[in-house]
Design a protein around this ligand. Sequence first.
Ligand SMILES: [Zn+2]
Length: 363
Amino acid sequence: MFDEKSINALRKMTESFGPSGFERETARVIKEYMTDYSDNILTDKLGSVVFVAKGSSERPHVLLAGHIDEVGFVVSGIDESTGFLSFNPLGGWWDQVLLSQRVIVRTEKGDLHGVIAAKPPHLLTDEERQKVVEKRNMYIDIGVTSGKEAVEAGVKIGDPVIPWSPFMLARNGEVAMGKAFDDRIGAFVMMETMRRIKEDNIGHPNTIYGAATVQEEVGARGAQTVAHIVDPDVAIVIEVDIAGDVPGIKPSEAPTKMGKGPSLCTYDSSMIPNQPLKEFVIKTAREADIPLQLSQVARGGTDAGRIHLNRAGCPSVVIGIPTRHIHSHVGMLSLNDVENAVKLMIELVKRLDADTVNSFISI
Ligand SMILES: [Zn+2]
């Protein structure tokens, strides 16, 4: 399981400030951790970072990728009379999870704390109270009393905003709660895989490219530029999976459960995985006695949607961590699933030699 250094890194990563397009702080936290475990560090020109670990053979290039941006907001206006801030979403937000939540607004004069607010229920008509308040009728209250005060505090249009939500452990350290698991938990799996390979001197017949990609939540943009610099022969994207063990979800809508192992996505709207690679993952998990759940996500895509279309194509799969309540202030996941995902990644990387990777694309 994870030692204190790992858990502290996870805490620091998830609490760091990094909505889509503003990931630099998060990227630095990860780079600092990964420097000891990398033979080389590459960057694209969008802000993604790639950590390279050399094995016994230059090819195949094995890309392990997790995106480090989180869903957030940008300030779209400052109300002149009240100083309340209007905002646009960065990534997908469900209006219902926003009201009364705390946020951090990053300005040129420093971070400001605020809360997302709307007209209070006491002043709504009975009919209005039955409806979900929409984002466009919500504002960020930073505690000022005029637009002038907000501007003096440093706020300007375009400033980024993130949820405020401290990381914490529950269930005797088995369950983690916090923001930005989508998808810093994927980047964390990549980091722990590379750390153990380095520390335990685990041999691998390939070169590993561990990528922390940016701007996934606004259209998998960093995945495209990372694929360009890595030129992968095979790719494993690690993502959150939607845990289906929440009341009201049918098993056919989201088949995976928190705590029952990492998942393998068999289909989503951005990619049908390479089938021999998919079977290879299932076989490897079985051989190594690692629990693996099969998943489908009918709506939604991942970085793999871009990566598998790089150049002439790249065999790709998505390994998921079943996570409850994604795209909200507090996600919840099992660290046992994360541990099993790391173990699975190590077993896969050990087996991905040139012949195996060639077998994924031979007709
Ligand atoms: Zn994601």
